[in-house]
Ligand binder design. Structure first.
Ligand code: ADE
Length: 247
């Protein structure tokens, strides 16, 4: 997959993509990340990328023409399954399901806005959709773009390794994760659940499923409504509710 980011601050991306799993994915050629700066596509002498709003008002608005040309500079190749997305607090909410969906494309172009706003024609004519990473307003679309790159990259085959830990992850199966432990078995009197060192794999699997259901019930009960639960899950849930004294 190829991901291009359109941003006035390309240097912001050097850190986050230069480490750990994303770096390995790019080193392995599974993912290619590029950043283009709309400033390089402003045709005037001073490379101006923002201007005052038509109709008056305070603040500056990012101009449509440099952004549009920047997007075009990375979308010229034909017959590419491509999605162009504007980072915007008023966009559709980004979710794990969306990350999985976006991982199917050959190319993503993420447009990061800055200043007080973006000329609406970017949203209307240049991008396919607008996306928000949550109901809060950040100073720009760079952090949201990083979030989307990270979440999508780990969905790409080969990025997380052979046993694809993503499948076990929170949200992937519609439930929160079960708790994990590693050595030492005891630290300051804090012990690891006995079942995990029992060697009984069936018992461990049942315990993990039950803890996953318990975490979801107690922390994100809304997720249970759309999770795919088996009759065994329903039984475990009843057990949990009895143990907790829930009705
Ligand atoms: N730009 C500013 N805030 C944002 C958010 N929450 N999501 C996406 N883009 C943004």
């Amino acid at each position: 997959m190829r991901i291009d980011i359109v941003s006035l601050f390309p240097e912001m991306f050097n850190g986050p993509f230069g480490h750990s799993i994303i770096k390995r994915a790019t080193d392995a050629g599974i993912l290619t990340i590029g950043v283009v700066n709309p400033r390089d596509f402003a045709l005037d002498k001073h490379h101006i990328v923002d201007d005052t709003p038509f109709g008056g008002g305070s603040g500056m608005v990012m101009k449509v023409d440099p952004v549009c040309r920047a997007v075009e500079s990375v979308s010229a190749v034909p017959n590419v399954r491509r999605r162009i997305i504007l980072m915007c607090p008023g966009g559709q909410q980004f979710t794990q399901a969306k990350a999985r969906e976006l991982a199917e494309y050959d190319q993503l172009i993420l447009v990061a806005g800055h200043y007080e706003g973006m000329d609406e024609r970017v949203r209307t004519y240049v991008v396919d959709e607008a996306m928000s990473i949550g109901d809060y307003v950040l100073t720009g679309g760079e952090l949201p773009a990083m979030v989307i790159v990270d979440a999508v990259a780990r969905m790409l085959p080969g990025v997380l390794g052979a046993n694809d830990a993503a499948i076990q992850d929170s949200f992937y199966s519609g439930l929160l994760e079960y708790p994990q432990y590693t050595r030492p078995r005891e630290f300051r009197g804090w012990e690891v659940p006995e079942v995990l060192v029992s060697g009984d794999h069936a018992k461990i699997a049942r315990w993990r499923r039950k803890e996953s259901l318990k975490n979801t019930l107690n922390r994100r009960p809304d997720l249970l409504e759309s999770a795919n639960l088996s009759p065994e899950d329903a039984k475990l849930l009843r057990e949990i509710q009895e143990e907790q004294g829930d009705s």
